[in-house]
Write a protein that binds this ligand. Structure first.
Ligand code: ZN
Length: 144
């Protein structure tokens, strides 16, 4: 599944993402953050949208674990996360982590782009938590 990358309101995000950068729309006139992206600034009415790259770091706002698979492109379990960007806390981005995790509200997250993908992937900054918890009924080290 690939996102629509040429939509007038979001193509700036995907253009930056193609270079491995996380982008946020801002008003070129008053610098207000336009998130979610919109063509008209709600603060000043300007139609001058400027996309700028921001640090790919944020903090976890909330999450949920998806256990029931509805699309083969998204194997379960996976964790849907909402991350507030450090540089622009009013901009929250949705992402997903493979597997189940013992998460903590506010914990640091970092985004990266896999090769050939314009969708940011989030991961936990805490390396001890980097590997997903095994599915219920299994323990790490099982299998082979
Ligand atoms: Zn404005």
């Amino acid at each position: 599944m690939r996102p629509v990358t040429d939509d007038v309101d979001t193509e700036g995000f995907f253009s930056l993402a193609a270079d491995g950068k996380l982008g946020v729309a801002t008003c070129g006139a008053c610098r207000a953050v336009l998130h979610p992206p919109t063509g008209i600034c709600p603060a000043c009415g300007a139609v001058d949208v400027v996309w700028r790259a921001v640090a790919p770091t944020g903090s976890l706002v909330t999450w949920t674990v998806v256990e029931r698979q509805v699309n083969e492109a998204f194997p379960t379990p996976y964790t849907v996360v909402l991350v507030a960007l450090d540089e622009v806390p009013e901009a929250c981005l949705v992402g997903q982590l493979p597997g189940r995790h013992e998460l903590v509200p506010g914990e640091p997250m970092v985004a990266h782009f896999d090769d050939d993908s314009v969708l940011p992937q989030w991961r936990r900054v805490d390396d001890r938590a980097a590997s997903p918890h095994p599915p219920a009924g299994q323990t790490q080290g099982d299998g082979a």
